[in-house]
Design a protein around this ligand. Sequence first.
Ligand SMILES: NC(=O)N[C@@H](CC(=O)O)C(=O)O
Ligand SMILES: [Zn+2]
Ligand SMILES: [Zn+2]
Length: 349
Amino acid sequence: MPKESPDRITIRRPDDWHLHLRDGDMMAAVTPETATRFGRAIVMPNLVPPVVTGAQAAAYRDRIMAHVPEGSGFRPLMTCYLTEDTDPEDLARAYADGIITAVKLYPAGATTNSASGVKDFDKVRPVLERMAEIGLPLCVHGEVTDPSVDIFDREAVFIDRVLKPIRKKTPDLRIVMEHVTTENAVDYVRDSRANLAATITTHHLIINRNHILSGGIKPHYYCLPVAKREKHRIALVAAAISGDKRFFLGTDSAPHTDANKLLPCGCAGCFTAINTMSCLAEVFDAAGAMHQLENFTSLAGARYYGLEPNEETITLVKGEPVTYPARIDTAEGPVTVFDPGFPLHWRVE
Ligand SMILES: NC(=O)N[C@@H](CC(=O)O)C(=O)O
Ligand SMILES: [Zn+2]
Ligand SMILES: [Zn+2]
């Protein structure tokens, strides 16, 4: 049990089960921000070109490690990007060698850098079957790309059209539905019997679609899946604070430069690596659920991935509003930090 008083709580060091570290100069700038705060992170493979083979995942891991501050103890958990040409044996080897922790499924065109994703889900059946056999988890960006489906319905439709058939044909495949944004997804995960869990982002616990669209368009709140109605946000908070071990933190911290966000066709993604724990503590505290924060950030995800929780602990302290930078500088340009829209009173000691 976390040690807790009204203004102080000590929990296991958190992990981030869905993170974008990018590459090159951006990676150099954002990797320390996560490495100093989290024990481990599942690193998304949607680089350009994507990380598709075990060898590429190992090389990417080494590039990340070069920017992990000494003594942080941070461990990047690597993923491969599933394509219609993925070789099941390459994945099986990379998993056996401890190079990858999961495989990522992007429907082609669903989100940032997903052009090489899957169009025909039958083509990846042999890979999914091999993954089920060896217990290699599949992380899923759960949105259909059918342009005739309303963007606010794409997650719910994905569950019926894609996820249910995959789970029926491959019931032993361990799946993580990434960054869920709807009550539909929460209910679907909660009603499942086995082999299904979900990550929830920091920002989807805080914003709804009004934050993006009301009173002027707010590109820094635009991410995919796009934030939905308030009733969905409420369902996400309920899942996060429930103590249910199938819901855990994946920040989906997805840095884009301001120049790439503030465009007629701006990029999707919120950069939350810096203030995530303060944001989450605020949300859990407001819900009277500080005692469930540790499960969400530090226990449930490790358990689903079959890993031990981190040995180290962190202490969060409540007091005067926390200060954090509005943006960070990178050699590619400034990146705006997620603004929850309210003061944050919890800081990591
Ligand atoms: N979440 C986002 O809005 N963007 C992510 C991609 C993703 O996770 O879908 C990115 O790579 O920028
Ligand atoms: Zn995604
Ligand atoms: Zn993501």
